[in-house]
Design a protein around this ligand. Structure first.
Ligand SMILES: Nc1nc2c(ncn2[C@@H]2O[C@H](COP(=O)(O)OP(=O)(O)OP(=O)(O)O)[C@@H](O)[C@H]2O)c(=O)[nH]1
Ligand SMILES: [Mg+2]
Length: 495
């Protein structure tokens, strides 16, 4: 026996229990046997406790009129149950004086089944983290699915494998847990089955929700914003990129420190502990504020230098084309193809963080600077946009925006909208823009034709330089137009 608890007729308060014997991925090694004075069967609350506390089993003793123990009802988790099923099995009541059950054998078999379900380590690659991805959506199942598909990609970009995904359709969010409590218990069970101790939510959670879920499930909790911040932290190469990411991470963290005691250690217990922000994430609020103002200083410095470079460039009057677009649209591939360079390209979200500029000579014999920068995404976290304002300011000097769209992606129209919204947020929506529909090799000619007509774009395949001529001509024409106008303004030609 480990602990004796005394409760009232209606309820039993269960204090913090000792940690499970094999870490969070196994049963706790405890059976909870309690008395039901009204002789009622196992209740919904009992069964929730069974799952949330990962008990080996839960038993209720039913009593007779004199308070003597009569029958024992026992439930245990089901190791094979998936999302959507109840996840536990209630055994037929047995006589208390002679329960017909070999407990140790039952627990052994549950644990060995759990063990068997776990993925073998080498198969998934070393050091890869696994998580259950969770979304709570209000009405549109289709869009929740698409958003989840993107979250899976985001997780992959952050080096995390999605062990399972769960979408709950729910008009009203549970204020405490955000997700429904029943669904949360299914998730806990699923986590146990998959040997996962990380949940990633597709929606932003408030600090007390993160805390409530962490407390109840003993699983680490991260939301989409934190995941994106984490990817940026892993990717940042340049000093400027690192400063910007650290700033965004700290600004995200700061309001979340309002919740008392160890909220910080809980938050940083998530995956947001890698990358440049790593050391600073452990320090307290005061020092975070100091650090933020320090970072602001260095960003101001970096921005000054950037401005200087820019003025020099403008003085030379070289037109600038900036490539913009949703992440993974093929921006860097296009820059490489246009300028015969070898900027890093990868089939992962946010491969590029630091802006890159290259020169490009057009057939008509004038030169432009073409820049590639960080990709956009739907609901780009506010702190990131702010922190990356220096990088994004580069776009202000562009004479022409080249908006690259991945027409091979089924969500490309939403992506166009997300990019246009971000451009509007950056007050860039009035810039002249050429739209390039990339990856035409992935779609049929009819769809392509229809979409090009609808959006007024030019079809290309950045992977195949022979397809780029129409785009090059279109850009050349637009730029030549500006140059003529500028020449016309500064040195009016006589009669
Ligand atoms: N099938 C096909 N794939 C392409 C084409 N152009 C680029 N890709 C692939 O698309 C993926 C993303 O390309 P990137 O150039 O890294 O995309 P990006 O827009 O710079 O992405 P981020 O920097 O992550 O925002 C890579 O796997 C490319 O090989 C194309 O024309 N056809
Ligand atoms: Mg790129």
């Amino acid at each position: 026996m480990e602990t004796v608890l005394v409760g009232g007729p209606q309820s039993l308060y269960i204090p913090d229990l000792p940690k499970s014997r094999g870490g969070r991925k196994r049963l706790r090694g405890l059976r909870l046997i309690h008395t039901h004075l009204e002789s009622e069967p196992l209740t919904e609350d009992d069964l929730m406790d069974l799952v949330f506390l990962r008990l080996d089993c839960i038993g209720a003793v039913q009593v007779d009129a004199n308070g003597g123990a009569v029958t024992l009802e026992v439930a245990h988790i089901q190791t094979g149950a998936g999302i959507g099923s109840r996840g536990f099995e209630v055994l037929a009541p047995m006589p208390c004086h002679d329960p017909d059950l070999d407990f140790p054998a039952l627990v052994r078999s549950l644990e060995s089944e759990l063990e068997r379900n776990l993925p073998t380590h080498s198969a998934s690659g070393e050091g890869e983290e696994r998580a259950i991805l969770v979304s709570v959506a209000d009405s549109d199942r289709e869009s929740a699915n698409r958003s989840m598909a993107e979250l899976v990609e985001l997780a992959r970009a952050g080096g995390i494998i999605a062990a399972d995904t769960v979408i709950q359709m729910r008009r009203q969010k549970n204020p405490r847990f955000f997700i429904g409590k029943g669904k949360l218990s299914e998730i806990v069970l699923r986590a146990l089955q998959c040997g996962v101790d990380l949940l990633i939510f597709d929606q932003e959670l408030n600090p007390s929700q993160v805390r409530a879920i962490t407390d109840t499930t003993e699983l680490r909790v991260v939301d989409r914003t934190q995941l994106i911040l984490d990817i940026f932290a892993q990717r940042a190469q340049s000093r400027e990129g690192k400063v910007q990411v650290e700033m965004a991470q700290l600004k995200y963290l700061l309001p979340r420190l309002g919740v008392k005691d160890d909220a910080l250690s809980r938050l940083t217990g998530g995956i947001g502990t890698r990358g440049p922000g790593e050391t600073t994430l452990e320090i307290n609020r005061r020092r975070i504020k100091d650090r933020i103002s320090q970072l602001e200083d260095s960003l101001r410095d970096l921005r000054k230098r950037r401005n200087l470079r820019r003025t020099r460039r403008t003085r030379k009057q070289i037109p600038v084309i900036s490539i913009v677009g949703y992440t993974n649209a093929g921006k860097s591939t296009l820059l490489n193809a246009l300028t015969h360079s070898s900027v890093f390209v990868e089939n992962k979200l946010f491969a590029t963080l630091d802006p890159v500029s290259r020169r490009l000579r057009f057939p008509k014999d004038f030169e432009v600077i073409i820049t590639d920068t960080v990709g956009f995404i739907r609901d780009l976290p506010k702190d990131l946009v702010e922190a990356f304002s220096a990088t994004l300011e580069e776009l202000q000097e562009a004479d022409l925006l080249l908006h690259v769209v991945d027409i091979g992606n089924p969500r490309f129209e939403e992506q166009i909208e997300a990019v246009e919204n971000t451009l509007a947020r950056l007050e860039l929506d009035s810039k002249p823009t050429v739209m390039a529909f990339n990856k035409i090799d992935l779609v049929g000619p009819e769809l392509l034709e229809q979409k090009l007509r609808k959006h007024g774009g030019i079809g290309i395949s950045a992977a195949n330089p022979r397809t780029l001529h129409p785009l090059i001509s279109a850009m050349e024409e637009r730029i030549a137009g500006f140059l003529d106008r500028e020449v016309g303004l500064s040195e009016p030609v006589g009669e």
